[in-house]
Design a protein around this ligand. Structure first.
Ligand code: UP5
Ligand code: MG
Length: 351
């Protein structure tokens, strides 16, 4: 049945990599790379093209050990994604019409008695190569100056990846790992968590985000909060690399305090109270302002008056990000979430 003619010129090149791990058949584990199989007719009569099979992307084993090429591909006849064993027979499949192999649901183990199903991870870049250089802008400002709000807006509207070191630390504390108690102690005291913890979390989060989304535009919210943080940054990215630029949110203490106490009603944050707020602000003055001075001396800062309305602050932030943003995203209308972040629409009530 020759029902589907694929014009190879209309297909985007397959530049994805897939990692299969923890499978019941250890021989299936490994890296899968864009297929280089020459055009052939599949069992459903579709002629494949480079990197594709049955009109969807397809992969070979990176070590070339599988008898079948592609070794991870889509079957029109079974409407399923399939991973082969080394001898070319089926190992795992999953019923789906998705354009890409599903990564969240569990794959079906084809051969009875073989378990578990593998973990399938999609990479936007070859994991054997270093990642492309990230394009970073640091967002700094006092507690409550609107860093999180503006970064969320830039993520939702403009496609930037927002990473807040504060959020990463809170998530790590919630996960309850070996550093959870240390993190809690520092956050509640309004002090800075040691560099080894913060910088490692940040580095891992940036790498994971780039590999899984392919995006390289990052807003780092609340970092570097001290000259010590800056040393951690140099250790990862090198002292020679160009220093990222900074957007600094300037806002008087009274306004910050008002906002934090307003947010305390619903945030559930252990540091959203008048006492922690004072300690956070003291830390900010003592530790973070010297970082700001360093960036100023290198002409790397744009100061934003963050005491203005959310819309006015966002207009300034957007203008600064525009040169690095996809023009189509700049032109798109505000999403519902963005309207909520700007205070133009109420957040849905929690039930
Ligand atoms: N709001 C925002 N903009 C507004 C505007 N223009 N007009 C009116 N209201 C506005 O905003 C705060 C509140 O103000 C919200 O209710 C918002 O709606 C409103 P938000 O966007 O949340 O401000 P933000 O600057 O993100 O405030 P946050 O409290 O998150 O700042 P902090 O810097 O204090 O907190 P963070 O989470 O970054 O860090 C917490 C702690 O983690 C630190 O104290 C420290 O102990 C630890 N930490 C480290 O040790 N190292 C790090 O690198 C990072 C954190
Ligand atoms: Mg925040």
């Amino acid at each position: 049945m020759k029902d589907k003619v694929v014009n190879p010129n209309e297909l985007k090149p397959n530049t994805f990599f897939i990692e299969v791990s923890g499978s019941g058949l250890p021989e299936v584990d490994g890296l899968f790379v864009p297929s280089t199989a020459p055009p052939v007719e599949s069992e459903s009569g579709t002629v494949s093209s480079l990197g594709y099979w049955n009109g969807k992307m397809a992969w070979d084993r990176a070590d070339g050990k599988c008898e079948r090429s592609p070794a991870l591909s889509y079957s029109n006849s079974y409407t399923s994604w399939r991973i082969c064993r080394l001898d070319g027979h089926l190992a795992y499949d999953i019923t789906s019409t998705d354009d890409m192999p599903p990564t969240a649901p569990e794959w079906h183990v084809y051969k009875k008695g073989v378990a578990p199903a593998p973990k399938v991870v999609l990479h936007h870049f070859d994991p054997r190569e270093p990642l492309p250089k990230p394009n970073v802008i640091f967002i700094l400002g006092g507690p409550g100056s609107g860093k999180g709000t503006m970064c969320s807006l830039a993520e939702t509207q403009l496609g930037w990846t927002h990473l807040s070191t504060g959020d990463l630390l809170r998530a790590e504390r919630e996960a309850g790992g070996p550093t959870a108690a240390t993190i809690e102690k520092y956050i509640t005291a309004g002090e800075l968590v040691p560099n080894e913890i913060t910088v490692t979390l940040l580095k891992n989060a940036m790498e994971t985000a780039t590999r899984s989304t392919g995006k390289i535009n990052f807003l780092l919210d609340g970092f570097p909060r001290s000259l010590d943080n800056m040393e951690g940054w140099y250790e990862i990215f090198g002292r020679e690399a160009e220093l990222p630029r900074m957007l600094y949110f300037e806002c008087p203490y009274e306004v910050l305090e008002q906002r934090i106490l307003g947010r305390a009603k619903y945030s559930g944050r252990s540091d959203d109270n008048a006492e922690s707020m004072k300690l956070r602000f003291d830390t900010f003055k003592a530790k973070t302002l010297p970082t700001l001075e360093l960036f100023k001396s290198k002409n790397k800062v744009v100061e934003v008056d963050a005491s203005q309305s959310r819309e006015d602050v966002y207009a300034l932030v957007g203008k600064n990000l525009e040169p690095y943003t996809d023009p189509e995203l700049v032109a798109q209308p505000l999403s519902e979430k963005s309207e909520m972040l700007l205070g133009l629409r109420p957040w849905p009530r929690k039930t």
